[in-house]
Ligand binder design. Structure first.
Ligand code: ASP
Length: 293
């Protein structure tokens, strides 16, 4: 059976910046994830592992690299979806937890709910023994790590995975858009907007979240394949065209049950990487990755 893995470190890249550290990190990560899938690991496990590694790196606006909101506080969002059973979990505006994606998975697997927000989400994650951050202002290094936050650049992280058993999973994590208002919720923790996985496709989005919410981006991609018979790359392009038509920019990564991969964007670049059982690893920042069938 074939496998496929795509990961991203956010839509948008500043041509004046050097992304060699991010590229090297994505290169190392995609090889590690490919090896895990080659040896039979489950899509859900690999999706969460990839996002945890992206979160802890401090290289993107998620997890350790989180950017603060306009009041200087940290409100992180994450979601995960398992295509095999349509199970899903999400956390919204969580703070003080090292891995929001791990909290989202706990919500999925150990609560009766799909989404927990704010203090309740934090208390749930702590009660489940997840790694905490005692001093958010010291732990989150986005500012130092990026040399100043950059409004041009989105830094959400995500993974879309097909495993050798034919199961699909998607995971996405972010600190949201730069200088967001306190309490603002983007697309990342919304199932069907920022993340989606079913038995045909797994999708993780990044970009100006308000626009991705308004077109139900991640689920719309799946619906175009299921109801209109669109191919993976075609469906992804149509979704981004709709985002652009209402004024939004960003990108997405998606893998299909056939082992296809597409990673389109309409922003200036997108940090992303992919590997499949048929294609060796690739890493992209400014140039568009070719679509793999
Ligand atoms: N989509 C994320 C949000 O709107 C931001 C990003 O992709 O960087 O919160």
């Amino acid at each position: 059976m074939s496998f496929a893995l795509a990961i991203h470190g956010g839509a948008g890249a500043n041509p004046k910046r050097d992304y060699s550290e991010q590229s090297a990190h994505l290169n190392e990560l995609i090889r590690r994830g490919g090896a895990r899938l080659q040896s039979g690991a489950a899509a859900l496990d690999v999706a969460v592992e990839m996002v945890e590694a992206l979160e802890v790196s401090g290289l993107y606006y998620a997890g350790r690299g989180a950017a603060p909101n306009s009041e200087g506080d940290y409100e992180l969002d994450a979601s995960v979806m398992n295509g095999a059973d349509l199970n899903a979990g999400a956390v919204v505006s969580i703070s003080g937890i090292a891995h929001p994606i791990a909290a989202a998975r706990k919500v999925m697997e150990e609560s009766p709910h799909v989404t927990l927000a704010g203090a309740g989400a934090g208390a749930f994650a702590r009660a489940r023994g997840l790694e905490t951050v005692d001093e958010p202002a010291l732990y989150y290094t986005g500012k130092a790590g990026h040399g100043g936050h950059d409004n041009l650049v989105h830094g959400t992280v995500g993974a879309a995975v097909l495993d050798r058993q034919g199961r699909l999973a998607a995971a996405t994590s972010t600190s949201g858009t730069i200088n967001k208002m306190p309490g603002r919720v983007g697309d990342t923790p919304l199932i069907g907007a920022g993340s989606w996985a079913d038995s045909s496709v797994a999708v993780s989005c990044t970009g100006h979240g308000e626009f991705f919410i308004r077109v139900s981006a991640a689920h719309d991609l799946a619906a175009r394949m299921a109801y209109a018979g669109a191919g993976l790359a075609e469906a992804a392009r149509q979704v981004l065209d709709n985002v652009a038509a209402i004024g939004g920019d960003g990108g997405l990564i998606a893998v299909s049950r056939d082992g296809g991969v597409t990673m389109p964007f309409n922003s200036q670049g997108m940090k992303c990487a992919a590997i499949t059982s048929r294609h060796g690893p690739c890493v992209h920042v400014f140039d568009r990755a070719e679509d793999w069938d």
